[in-house]
Design a protein around this ligand. Sequence first.
Ligand code: SAM
Length: 244
Amino acid sequence: MTARTHGTLYGVGLGPGDPDLMTVKGRRLLERIPTVFVPISEISDTSVAGTIVRDLLRPEQVVVPLAFAMRRPRAEREAAWRASCDRIALALADGDDAVFVTEGDPMTYSTFAHLAETLRETHPEVRMVIVPGVTSFAAAAAATGVPLVDARERMVVLPGPYERASLETMLRGFDSLVLMKVSSGLDVVIEALDATGRAADAVFIERCGWSDERVVGDVSTLRGLHVDYFSLILVRHRQTNGHG
Ligand SMILES: C[S@@+](CC[C@H](N)C(=O)[O-])C[C@H]1O[C@@H](n2cnc3c(N)ncnc32)[C@H](O)[C@@H]1O
């Protein structure tokens, strides 16, 4: 008797929102593979990845939502990862392939990276292939005309929520900064930009690549306002910025 061979799990980055920003490889996999796992986050309560692929899938493809409890205690989060891994391994057990879709790039602040780590531990027999995607900040640089880095400039990518003193240190120390997850505590970011004289270097991008994308050049106008979770700020010296 020969051992059964599991199918392959493809972790596919879908890009920031516009389906045209998906890679050809990712799109081909989505057209070919019958089972598509879609992460549901309790932070945004919806599946952005599911929305991006919605119009590309055929009715006979099976879409399996997987809930990830990012704000729960560690033990609960890990139990959720393991349950998702068991579900995925089951789908692959008969040799069929499956896709796990993520918005942006699967290796950049992504559910997929955690899932892949757990899957390697709990189901080492599963083969994984990762297909990169356009990150939100690459798309934001393109949308605003702000280059991320040039020549000998150094860039740092930071996740919110922010602590003002350490953010100020980074703003003083780097030519170019990508400030992700700015929606909670945006006022702290605005204060730090003001205090370091870098407010004029900053541009805010919300829902980049979506039909309601918004770009705000004067970030101080956002003080005290609610902004979408899918928003970030690029900071780069004004004289080399393209956003005017
Ligand atoms: C969990 S991270 C996901 C990052 C994603 N994997 C990537 O490659 O960009 C979520 C954060 O990414 C940023 N983000 C993701 N998509 C975005 C978009 N379409 N427009 C602006 N920011 C976005 C926001 O800062 C958001 O809080």
